[in-house]
Design a protein. Structure first.
Length: 550
Protein backbone atom coordinates (compact mmCIF):
# COMPACT_ATOMS: atom_id res chain seq x y z
CA UNK A 1 0.00 0.00 0.00
CA UNK A 2 2.88 2.38 0.67
CA UNK A 3 4.28 1.58 -2.76
CA UNK A 4 0.90 2.51 -4.23
CA UNK A 5 1.30 6.03 -2.78
CA UNK A 6 4.53 6.48 -4.75
CA UNK A 7 7.13 5.39 -2.18
CA UNK A 8 9.95 3.11 -3.27
CA UNK A 9 11.88 0.57 -1.22
CA UNK A 10 14.42 3.16 -0.06
CA UNK A 11 11.72 5.57 1.12
CA UNK A 12 9.87 2.81 2.95
CA UNK A 13 13.07 1.74 4.68
CA UNK A 14 13.68 5.20 6.12
CA UNK A 15 11.99 6.43 9.33
CA UNK A 16 8.40 7.43 8.66
CA UNK A 17 7.69 10.90 10.05
CA UNK A 18 4.17 12.27 10.42
CA UNK A 19 3.72 15.83 9.20
CA UNK A 20 0.43 16.81 10.82
CA UNK A 21 -1.25 20.15 10.25
CA UNK A 22 -4.53 21.85 11.08
CA UNK A 23 -4.89 23.62 7.75
CA UNK A 24 -8.25 25.16 6.90
CA UNK A 25 -9.30 28.04 4.69
CA UNK A 26 -12.23 29.02 6.91
CA UNK A 27 -10.08 31.54 8.79
CA UNK A 28 -6.69 33.26 8.56
CA UNK A 29 -5.32 31.39 11.59
CA UNK A 30 -4.49 28.14 9.79
CA UNK A 31 -4.38 29.36 6.21
CA UNK A 32 -0.65 28.89 5.60
CA UNK A 33 -0.18 25.50 7.26
CA UNK A 34 -0.63 23.26 4.22
CA UNK A 35 2.05 25.23 2.37
CA UNK A 36 4.38 25.15 5.40
CA UNK A 37 3.91 21.38 5.56
CA UNK A 38 5.73 21.05 2.23
CA UNK A 39 8.78 22.76 3.73
CA UNK A 40 8.60 20.45 6.73
CA UNK A 41 8.42 17.53 4.31
CA UNK A 42 11.54 18.76 2.53
CA UNK A 43 13.33 19.07 5.87
CA UNK A 44 12.34 15.55 6.91
CA UNK A 45 13.59 14.14 3.63
CA UNK A 46 16.81 16.17 3.77
CA UNK A 47 17.35 14.72 7.24
CA UNK A 48 16.97 11.15 6.05
CA UNK A 49 13.31 10.48 6.82
CA UNK A 50 10.16 9.89 4.79
CA UNK A 51 7.32 12.30 5.41
CA UNK A 52 3.72 11.15 5.74
CA UNK A 53 1.20 14.01 5.75
CA UNK A 54 -2.04 14.18 7.76
CA UNK A 55 -4.62 16.91 8.24
CA UNK A 56 -6.90 17.37 11.24
CA UNK A 57 -9.60 19.86 12.15
CA UNK A 58 -9.62 23.36 13.59
CA UNK A 59 -12.42 25.38 15.17
CA UNK A 60 -11.60 29.07 15.01
CA UNK A 61 -12.67 30.93 18.11
CA UNK A 62 -12.77 34.34 16.45
CA UNK A 63 -15.50 33.13 14.10
CA UNK A 64 -17.35 30.94 16.61
CA UNK A 65 -17.28 33.62 19.34
CA UNK A 66 -20.66 34.68 20.68
CA UNK A 67 -22.53 31.90 18.84
CA UNK A 68 -23.55 28.31 19.50
CA UNK A 69 -20.51 27.35 17.45
CA UNK A 70 -18.30 28.37 20.35
CA UNK A 71 -19.42 25.22 22.16
CA UNK A 72 -17.28 23.27 19.69
CA UNK A 73 -14.06 25.12 20.50
CA UNK A 74 -12.76 23.46 23.66
CA UNK A 75 -14.24 20.12 22.62
CA UNK A 76 -12.19 20.38 19.43
CA UNK A 77 -9.00 20.31 21.52
CA UNK A 78 -9.78 16.74 22.53
CA UNK A 79 -10.79 15.74 18.99
CA UNK A 80 -7.56 17.16 17.54
CA UNK A 81 -5.42 15.43 20.16
CA UNK A 82 -7.31 12.17 19.65
CA UNK A 83 -6.99 12.30 15.87
CA UNK A 84 -3.25 13.00 15.94
CA UNK A 85 -2.72 10.13 18.39
CA UNK A 86 -4.83 7.73 16.33
CA UNK A 87 -3.29 8.60 12.97
CA UNK A 88 0.30 8.36 14.20
CA UNK A 89 -0.10 5.28 16.40
CA UNK A 90 -2.40 3.57 13.90
CA UNK A 91 0.33 3.70 11.23
CA UNK A 92 3.21 2.88 13.59
CA UNK A 93 5.08 6.07 12.64
CA UNK A 94 8.43 6.99 14.15
CA UNK A 95 8.21 10.72 14.85
CA UNK A 96 6.05 13.75 14.14
CA UNK A 97 6.08 17.44 13.32
CA UNK A 98 2.82 19.24 14.08
CA UNK A 99 1.90 22.57 12.48
CA UNK A 100 -0.64 24.51 14.52
CA UNK A 101 -2.53 27.78 14.21
CA UNK A 102 -5.53 28.93 16.22
CA UNK A 103 -6.18 28.48 19.90
CA UNK A 104 -7.06 24.84 20.59
CA UNK A 105 -4.80 23.34 17.95
CA UNK A 106 -1.74 24.34 20.01
CA UNK A 107 -2.46 22.59 23.33
CA UNK A 108 -4.00 19.69 21.43
CA UNK A 109 -0.68 19.12 19.64
CA UNK A 110 1.18 19.11 22.96
CA UNK A 111 -1.37 16.73 24.50
CA UNK A 112 -1.07 14.30 21.58
CA UNK A 113 2.72 14.52 21.72
CA UNK A 114 2.67 13.65 25.42
CA UNK A 115 0.46 10.62 24.78
CA UNK A 116 2.60 9.32 21.92
CA UNK A 117 5.99 10.19 23.46
CA UNK A 118 7.76 9.98 20.09
CA UNK A 119 10.37 12.50 18.87
CA UNK A 120 8.25 15.58 18.21
CA UNK A 121 8.64 19.17 17.07
CA UNK A 122 5.69 21.58 17.06
CA UNK A 123 5.69 24.74 14.94
CA UNK A 124 3.16 27.54 15.29
CA UNK A 125 2.07 28.95 11.93
CA UNK A 126 2.51 32.46 13.25
CA UNK A 127 0.69 35.61 14.22
CA UNK A 128 -1.31 37.83 11.93
CA UNK A 129 0.06 41.31 11.30
CA UNK A 130 -1.79 44.26 12.87
CA UNK A 131 -4.56 45.79 10.82
CA UNK A 132 -4.73 49.53 10.19
CA UNK A 133 -7.97 51.41 10.66
CA UNK A 134 -9.00 53.10 7.44
CA UNK A 135 -10.26 56.11 9.38
CA UNK A 136 -7.42 56.98 11.75
CA UNK A 137 -4.54 54.61 10.90
CA UNK A 138 -4.31 53.03 14.37
CA UNK A 139 -3.17 49.43 14.75
CA UNK A 140 -6.02 46.95 15.18
CA UNK A 141 -6.56 43.38 16.30
CA UNK A 142 -9.71 41.28 16.50
CA UNK A 143 -10.04 42.53 20.09
CA UNK A 144 -10.85 45.98 18.70
CA UNK A 145 -13.71 44.57 16.64
CA UNK A 146 -15.50 43.09 19.64
CA UNK A 147 -14.94 46.26 21.65
CA UNK A 148 -16.25 48.36 18.75
CA UNK A 149 -19.48 46.34 18.88
CA UNK A 150 -19.91 47.48 22.48
CA UNK A 151 -19.01 51.05 21.62
CA UNK A 152 -21.56 51.01 18.81
CA UNK A 153 -24.28 49.70 21.12
CA UNK A 154 -23.45 52.51 23.56
CA UNK A 155 -23.77 55.10 20.81
CA UNK A 156 -20.08 56.06 21.02
CA UNK A 157 -19.41 55.25 17.36
CA UNK A 158 -21.64 55.11 14.27
CA UNK A 159 -22.20 52.37 11.68
CA UNK A 160 -19.44 53.66 9.44
CA UNK A 161 -16.87 53.67 12.25
CA UNK A 162 -17.80 50.12 13.26
CA UNK A 163 -17.50 48.99 9.63
CA UNK A 164 -14.10 50.66 9.32
CA UNK A 165 -12.78 48.68 12.28
CA UNK A 166 -14.38 45.42 11.17
CA UNK A 167 -13.04 45.76 7.63
CA UNK A 168 -9.47 46.51 8.67
CA UNK A 169 -8.70 44.44 11.77
CA UNK A 170 -7.53 41.23 10.05
CA UNK A 171 -5.36 42.01 7.01
CA UNK A 172 -4.23 38.47 6.06
CA UNK A 173 -3.09 35.07 7.26
CA UNK A 174 -2.09 34.35 10.83
CA UNK A 175 -3.63 33.90 14.27
CA UNK A 176 -5.00 36.75 16.39
CA UNK A 177 -2.35 39.38 16.96
CA UNK A 178 -2.20 40.19 20.68
CA UNK A 179 -0.99 38.05 23.56
CA UNK A 180 -4.28 36.24 23.26
CA UNK A 181 -4.61 32.47 23.54
CA UNK A 182 -2.82 31.51 20.31
CA UNK A 183 0.29 33.63 20.89
CA UNK A 184 0.28 32.81 24.60
CA UNK A 185 0.22 29.09 23.89
CA UNK A 186 2.82 29.41 21.11
CA UNK A 187 5.13 30.96 23.72
CA UNK A 188 4.19 28.17 26.14
CA UNK A 189 5.33 25.57 23.59
CA UNK A 190 8.75 27.23 23.46
CA UNK A 191 9.10 27.29 27.25
CA UNK A 192 7.97 23.66 27.45
CA UNK A 193 10.75 22.81 25.02
CA UNK A 194 8.43 21.40 22.33
CA UNK A 195 9.16 24.20 19.81
CA UNK A 196 12.57 25.57 18.81
CA UNK A 197 13.35 28.95 20.35
CA UNK A 198 12.29 31.94 18.21
CA UNK A 199 10.63 29.97 15.39
CA UNK A 200 7.08 30.35 16.74
CA UNK A 201 7.61 34.12 16.92
CA UNK A 202 7.95 34.53 13.15
CA UNK A 203 4.69 35.97 11.75
CA UNK A 204 2.64 33.84 9.38
CA UNK A 205 3.48 35.82 6.23
CA UNK A 206 7.10 36.65 7.08
CA UNK A 207 9.59 35.44 4.45
CA UNK A 208 11.55 33.52 7.13
CA UNK A 209 8.65 31.21 8.02
CA UNK A 210 9.31 28.58 5.31
CA UNK A 211 12.91 28.22 6.49
CA UNK A 212 11.60 27.69 10.02
CA UNK A 213 9.38 24.86 8.78
CA UNK A 214 12.30 23.31 6.90
CA UNK A 215 14.41 23.47 10.07
CA UNK A 216 11.71 21.72 12.09
CA UNK A 217 11.61 18.86 9.61
CA UNK A 218 15.37 18.47 9.82
CA UNK A 219 15.36 18.81 13.60
CA UNK A 220 12.91 15.96 14.16
CA UNK A 221 15.08 13.58 12.17
CA UNK A 222 18.04 14.60 14.33
CA UNK A 223 15.98 13.81 17.42
CA UNK A 224 15.28 10.39 15.93
CA UNK A 225 18.97 9.74 15.37
CA UNK A 226 19.85 10.97 18.86
CA UNK A 227 17.15 8.92 20.56
CA UNK A 228 15.22 11.94 21.81
CA UNK A 229 14.49 13.72 24.01
CA UNK A 230 10.82 12.89 23.67
CA UNK A 231 7.86 14.90 25.00
CA UNK A 232 7.54 13.17 28.36
CA UNK A 233 11.13 14.16 29.07
CA UNK A 234 10.54 17.71 27.89
CA UNK A 235 7.24 18.23 29.76
CA UNK A 236 8.39 18.31 33.37
CA UNK A 237 7.42 20.23 36.48
CA UNK A 238 10.31 22.57 35.74
CA UNK A 239 9.29 23.27 32.13
CA UNK A 240 5.63 23.64 33.14
CA UNK A 241 6.68 26.18 35.79
CA UNK A 242 8.78 28.00 33.18
CA UNK A 243 5.78 28.14 30.85
CA UNK A 244 3.39 29.32 33.57
CA UNK A 245 5.79 32.10 34.56
CA UNK A 246 6.03 33.21 30.94
CA UNK A 247 2.23 33.42 30.82
CA UNK A 248 2.24 35.59 33.92
CA UNK A 249 5.13 37.76 32.71
CA UNK A 250 3.33 38.53 29.45
CA UNK A 251 -0.15 38.90 31.01
CA UNK A 252 -1.18 36.13 28.66
CA UNK A 253 -4.45 34.29 28.24
CA UNK A 254 -6.08 32.70 31.29
CA UNK A 255 -6.87 29.78 28.99
CA UNK A 256 -3.22 28.81 29.48
CA UNK A 257 -4.11 27.56 32.96
CA UNK A 258 -6.67 25.16 31.51
CA UNK A 259 -4.28 23.98 28.81
CA UNK A 260 -1.19 23.60 31.01
CA UNK A 261 -3.18 21.42 33.42
CA UNK A 262 -4.35 19.30 30.49
CA UNK A 263 -0.84 18.94 29.04
CA UNK A 264 0.52 17.98 32.45
CA UNK A 265 -2.27 15.42 32.81
CA UNK A 266 -1.38 13.78 29.50
CA UNK A 267 2.33 13.75 30.37
CA UNK A 268 1.76 12.28 33.83
CA UNK A 269 3.22 15.29 35.65
CA UNK A 270 1.77 16.52 38.95
CA UNK A 271 0.92 20.15 38.23
CA UNK A 272 -2.22 21.90 39.46
CA UNK A 273 -3.90 25.23 40.12
CA UNK A 274 -1.64 25.99 43.05
CA UNK A 275 1.36 25.70 40.73
CA UNK A 276 -0.33 28.20 38.45
CA UNK A 277 -0.93 30.58 41.35
CA UNK A 278 2.71 30.34 42.42
CA UNK A 279 3.74 31.26 38.88
CA UNK A 280 1.39 34.25 38.98
CA UNK A 281 3.77 35.97 41.41
CA UNK A 282 5.94 36.63 38.36
CA UNK A 283 5.67 40.35 37.49
CA UNK A 284 4.27 41.51 34.18
CA UNK A 285 7.24 42.63 32.07
CA UNK A 286 5.80 42.58 28.52
CA UNK A 287 3.63 45.45 27.30
CA UNK A 288 1.36 43.36 25.09
CA UNK A 289 -2.29 43.50 24.12
CA UNK A 290 -4.96 43.00 25.41
CA UNK A 291 -3.88 44.91 28.52
CA UNK A 292 -0.87 46.61 26.94
CA UNK A 293 0.09 48.47 23.80
CA UNK A 294 1.86 46.09 21.45
CA UNK A 295 1.10 43.09 19.25
CA UNK A 296 2.97 39.81 18.88
CA UNK A 297 4.36 40.91 15.52
CA UNK A 298 5.90 43.96 17.17
CA UNK A 299 7.44 41.77 19.89
CA UNK A 300 8.98 39.61 17.15
CA UNK A 301 10.54 42.66 15.53
CA UNK A 302 12.48 43.56 18.69
CA UNK A 303 13.59 40.08 19.75
CA UNK A 304 10.61 37.86 20.46
CA UNK A 305 10.25 35.19 23.11
CA UNK A 306 13.99 35.24 23.85
CA UNK A 307 13.59 38.75 25.29
CA UNK A 308 11.07 37.49 27.82
CA UNK A 309 13.08 34.37 28.60
CA UNK A 310 16.33 36.28 29.12
CA UNK A 311 14.64 38.73 31.49
CA UNK A 312 13.18 35.85 33.49
CA UNK A 313 16.50 34.01 33.54
CA UNK A 314 18.29 37.12 34.79
CA UNK A 315 15.87 37.19 37.73
CA UNK A 316 16.25 33.47 38.42
CA UNK A 317 12.64 32.74 37.47
CA UNK A 318 13.20 30.04 34.84
CA UNK A 319 15.18 26.81 34.95
CA UNK A 320 17.62 25.40 32.43
CA UNK A 321 15.45 22.59 31.08
CA UNK A 322 15.98 20.22 28.16
CA UNK A 323 14.32 21.30 24.89
CA UNK A 324 14.22 20.17 21.28
CA UNK A 325 17.13 22.65 20.82
CA UNK A 326 19.25 21.10 23.58
CA UNK A 327 19.56 23.01 26.84
CA UNK A 328 17.26 26.04 27.14
CA UNK A 329 19.94 28.45 28.36
CA UNK A 330 22.34 27.42 25.60
CA UNK A 331 19.68 28.28 23.03
CA UNK A 332 19.11 31.64 24.74
CA UNK A 333 22.83 32.40 24.70
CA UNK A 334 22.88 31.85 20.93
CA UNK A 335 20.29 34.60 20.35
CA UNK A 336 21.95 37.97 19.62
CA UNK A 337 21.43 40.74 22.15
CA UNK A 338 18.44 42.94 21.39
CA UNK A 339 18.69 46.61 20.62
CA UNK A 340 16.75 49.41 22.23
CA UNK A 341 13.09 48.55 22.76
CA UNK A 342 10.25 49.34 25.16
CA UNK A 343 8.09 46.23 24.90
CA UNK A 344 9.85 43.96 27.42
CA UNK A 345 11.20 45.29 30.70
CA UNK A 346 13.35 43.74 33.40
CA UNK A 347 11.81 41.94 36.36
CA UNK A 348 13.30 44.59 38.65
CA UNK A 349 11.42 47.36 36.78
CA UNK A 350 8.17 45.67 35.70
CA UNK A 351 4.98 47.04 34.27
CA UNK A 352 3.14 45.43 37.19
CA UNK A 353 4.58 43.83 40.34
CA UNK A 354 2.33 40.78 40.08
CA UNK A 355 1.27 38.61 37.22
CA UNK A 356 -1.70 38.72 34.92
CA UNK A 357 -3.85 36.23 36.84
CA UNK A 358 -4.46 34.68 40.26
CA UNK A 359 -6.19 31.57 41.60
CA UNK A 360 -9.00 32.14 44.09
CA UNK A 361 -11.19 29.86 46.24
CA UNK A 362 -14.22 30.44 48.43
CA UNK A 363 -17.99 30.14 48.75
CA UNK A 364 -18.51 30.34 44.98
CA UNK A 365 -15.48 28.27 43.92
CA UNK A 366 -14.45 25.62 46.45
CA UNK A 367 -12.38 23.87 43.75
CA UNK A 368 -10.86 27.10 42.47
CA UNK A 369 -11.25 29.72 39.76
CA UNK A 370 -8.98 32.10 37.89
CA UNK A 371 -9.16 35.88 37.95
CA UNK A 372 -7.72 37.88 35.08
CA UNK A 373 -5.76 40.91 36.25
CA UNK A 374 -4.33 42.26 33.00
CA UNK A 375 -5.15 45.84 32.11
CA UNK A 376 -6.33 47.02 35.52
CA UNK A 377 -4.89 47.40 39.00
CA UNK A 378 -7.86 46.33 41.13
CA UNK A 379 -7.56 43.61 43.74
CA UNK A 380 -11.00 43.92 45.32
CA UNK A 381 -14.55 44.14 43.99
CA UNK A 382 -17.87 43.93 45.78
CA UNK A 383 -21.31 44.35 44.32
CA UNK A 384 -24.75 42.84 43.67
CA UNK A 385 -24.97 39.72 41.52
CA UNK A 386 -26.69 40.02 38.15
CA UNK A 387 -27.34 36.37 37.37
CA UNK A 388 -27.72 34.93 33.85
CA UNK A 389 -28.02 31.30 32.82
CA UNK A 390 -26.41 31.77 29.40
CA UNK A 391 -24.02 34.02 27.53
CA UNK A 392 -26.83 35.15 25.22
CA UNK A 393 -28.96 36.37 28.11
CA UNK A 394 -26.05 38.32 29.57
CA UNK A 395 -25.11 39.82 26.20
CA UNK A 396 -28.69 40.95 25.61
CA UNK A 397 -28.71 42.68 29.00
CA UNK A 398 -25.42 44.43 28.24
CA UNK A 399 -26.61 45.58 24.82
CA UNK A 400 -29.85 46.84 26.36
CA UNK A 401 -27.78 48.91 28.84
CA UNK A 402 -29.22 47.06 31.86
CA UNK A 403 -25.78 46.51 33.42
CA UNK A 404 -24.43 49.35 35.53
CA UNK A 405 -21.22 50.32 37.28
CA UNK A 406 -20.75 48.28 40.45
CA UNK A 407 -22.61 45.19 39.19
CA UNK A 408 -21.17 41.68 39.34
CA UNK A 409 -22.32 39.93 36.16
CA UNK A 410 -22.62 36.16 36.72
CA UNK A 411 -22.90 33.84 33.72
CA UNK A 412 -23.42 30.21 34.71
CA UNK A 413 -24.24 26.90 33.04
CA UNK A 414 -21.44 27.66 30.57
CA UNK A 415 -18.88 25.22 32.04
CA UNK A 416 -17.31 22.27 30.21
CA UNK A 417 -20.29 19.97 30.82
CA UNK A 418 -23.03 22.57 31.25
CA UNK A 419 -22.38 24.61 28.13
CA UNK A 420 -21.51 22.12 26.91
CA UNK A 421 -18.09 23.21 25.72
CA UNK A 422 -17.12 26.05 28.11
CA UNK A 423 -17.64 28.94 25.73
CA UNK A 424 -15.56 32.11 25.96
CA UNK A 425 -17.39 35.24 27.06
CA UNK A 426 -15.58 37.71 24.78
CA UNK A 427 -18.78 39.07 23.26
CA UNK A 428 -19.98 40.09 26.74
CA UNK A 429 -16.67 41.31 28.14
CA UNK A 430 -15.77 43.27 25.01
CA UNK A 431 -19.21 44.87 24.90
CA UNK A 432 -18.76 45.98 28.51
CA UNK A 433 -15.38 47.49 27.65
CA UNK A 434 -16.86 49.17 24.58
CA UNK A 435 -19.52 50.78 26.78
CA UNK A 436 -16.87 52.13 29.14
CA UNK A 437 -17.73 49.67 31.94
CA UNK A 438 -14.64 47.46 31.69
CA UNK A 439 -13.13 48.71 34.95
CA UNK A 440 -16.45 49.34 36.73
CA UNK A 441 -18.07 45.90 36.69
CA UNK A 442 -16.88 42.41 37.52
CA UNK A 443 -17.83 39.24 35.68
CA UNK A 444 -17.91 35.70 37.10
CA UNK A 445 -18.50 32.58 35.03
CA UNK A 446 -17.97 28.84 35.01
CA UNK A 447 -17.13 29.38 31.33
CA UNK A 448 -13.93 30.82 29.90
CA UNK A 449 -12.57 34.11 28.68
CA UNK A 450 -10.88 34.87 25.42
CA UNK A 451 -7.21 35.76 25.55
CA UNK A 452 -8.41 39.11 24.19
CA UNK A 453 -10.47 39.75 27.32
CA UNK A 454 -9.40 42.38 29.81
CA UNK A 455 -11.10 43.85 32.85
CA UNK A 456 -11.99 42.37 36.27
CA UNK A 457 -13.00 38.90 35.16
CA UNK A 458 -13.26 35.59 37.06
CA UNK A 459 -13.62 32.38 35.08
CA UNK A 460 -13.29 28.59 35.27
CA UNK A 461 -15.39 28.56 38.47
CA UNK A 462 -15.38 24.99 39.82
CA UNK A 463 -17.42 23.00 40.47
CA UNK A 464 -19.50 24.30 37.60
CA UNK A 465 -23.23 24.98 37.86
CA UNK A 466 -24.18 21.89 35.86
CA UNK A 467 -22.44 19.73 38.46
CA UNK A 468 -24.25 21.43 41.34
CA UNK A 469 -21.50 23.90 42.18
CA UNK A 470 -22.33 26.79 44.52
CA UNK A 471 -22.60 29.19 41.58
CA UNK A 472 -25.87 27.37 40.75
CA UNK A 473 -27.27 28.55 44.12
CA UNK A 474 -26.52 32.22 43.56
CA UNK A 475 -29.50 34.59 43.22
CA UNK A 476 -30.07 38.02 41.73
CA UNK A 477 -28.91 40.73 44.12
CA UNK A 478 -26.68 38.57 46.33
CA UNK A 479 -23.68 40.51 47.59
CA UNK A 480 -20.54 39.06 45.97
CA UNK A 481 -17.02 39.81 47.23
CA UNK A 482 -13.87 39.19 45.20
CA UNK A 483 -10.58 39.75 47.05
CA UNK A 484 -7.39 38.92 45.18
CA UNK A 485 -5.20 39.75 48.20
CA UNK A 486 -6.84 37.10 50.40
CA UNK A 487 -7.54 34.85 47.38
CA UNK A 488 -11.24 34.66 48.22
CA UNK A 489 -14.48 34.79 46.22
CA UNK A 490 -17.46 34.75 48.57
CA UNK A 491 -21.12 35.67 48.79
CA UNK A 492 -23.12 37.22 51.60
CA UNK A 493 -25.71 34.45 51.74
CA UNK A 494 -26.04 30.91 53.09
CA UNK A 495 -25.82 29.06 49.80
CA UNK A 496 -25.94 25.55 51.25
CA UNK A 497 -29.56 26.08 52.36
CA UNK A 498 -30.69 26.80 48.80
CA UNK A 499 -31.74 24.43 46.06
CA UNK A 500 -29.41 24.83 43.09
CA UNK A 501 -30.84 26.10 39.83
CA UNK A 502 -30.98 23.42 37.17
CA UNK A 503 -30.83 23.72 33.42
CA UNK A 504 -32.33 21.29 30.96
CA UNK A 505 -29.45 19.91 28.83
CA UNK A 506 -29.08 22.07 25.73
CA UNK A 507 -27.66 19.30 23.55
CA UNK A 508 -28.64 15.65 23.96
CA UNK A 509 -27.15 13.96 20.89
CA UNK A 510 -23.90 13.96 18.97
CA UNK A 511 -20.36 14.84 19.85
CA UNK A 512 -21.13 17.62 22.33
CA UNK A 513 -23.49 15.38 24.30
CA UNK A 514 -20.74 12.78 24.42
CA UNK A 515 -18.28 15.47 25.49
CA UNK A 516 -20.58 16.70 28.26
CA UNK A 517 -20.78 13.21 29.73
CA UNK A 518 -17.03 12.59 29.69
CA UNK A 519 -15.36 15.96 30.36
CA UNK A 520 -13.77 16.60 33.74
CA UNK A 521 -13.58 19.73 35.86
CA UNK A 522 -11.95 22.91 34.63
CA UNK A 523 -9.88 22.80 37.83
CA UNK A 524 -8.12 19.77 36.35
CA UNK A 525 -7.86 20.93 32.75
CA UNK A 526 -11.28 19.84 31.42
CA UNK A 527 -9.80 16.65 29.99
CA UNK A 528 -11.67 13.66 28.65
CA UNK A 529 -8.96 11.00 28.39
CA UNK A 530 -7.43 9.07 31.30
CA UNK A 531 -3.87 10.13 32.10
CA UNK A 532 -0.86 8.37 33.62
CA UNK A 533 -1.61 9.86 37.05
CA UNK A 534 -4.76 10.02 39.14
CA UNK A 535 -5.42 13.74 38.90
CA UNK A 536 -7.98 13.59 41.71
CA UNK A 537 -5.18 13.35 44.28
CA UNK A 538 -3.02 16.24 43.12
CA UNK A 539 -4.89 19.41 44.14
CA UNK A 540 -3.56 21.06 47.28
CA UNK A 541 -5.44 24.09 48.64
CA UNK A 542 -3.59 26.08 51.32
CA UNK A 543 -5.18 25.57 54.74
CA UNK A 544 -5.89 29.29 55.10
CA UNK A 545 -8.24 29.06 52.11
CA UNK A 546 -10.37 26.18 53.39
CA UNK A 547 -14.00 26.89 54.26
CA UNK A 548 -16.86 24.69 55.39
CA UNK A 549 -18.29 24.72 51.89
CA UNK A 550 -14.93 23.57 50.49
Amino acid sequence: MLRATGLDDAAIARPLVAVVHTWSDVSPCNLTLRDLAQYVRAGVEAGGGTAVEFNTIAVTDGIAMGTDGMRASLASRETIADSIELAVSGHCLDALVVLVGCDKTIPAAAMAAARLDLPTVILYGGTIMPGRCTRDGRALTVQDVFEAVGAHAAGHIDDAALHAVESSACPGAGACGGQFTANTMAMVLTFLGLSPLQLNDIPALHPDKPAAALACGMRVTQLLRDGGPTPRTLISRASLRNAARAVSATAGSTNAALHLLAIAHEAGVRFDLEDMHEAAATPVIADLKPGGRYTAAELFEVGGTALVAKALREAGLVENVVTVDGRFFDALDAVPAAGAQDIVRTVSAPLKPNGGFAILYGDLAPDGCIVKLAGHGRTHFEGPARVFDSEEAAFAAVQARRIHAGDVVVIRFEGPAGGPGMREMLAVTAALVGQGLGDDVALITDGRFSGATHGFMVGHVAPEAAHGGPIARLREGDAVRIDVTTRRIDVGAELSARTPARLVPRIETGVLAKYARSVGSASRGAVTAPGPLDRHETRVIPAVLHTESA
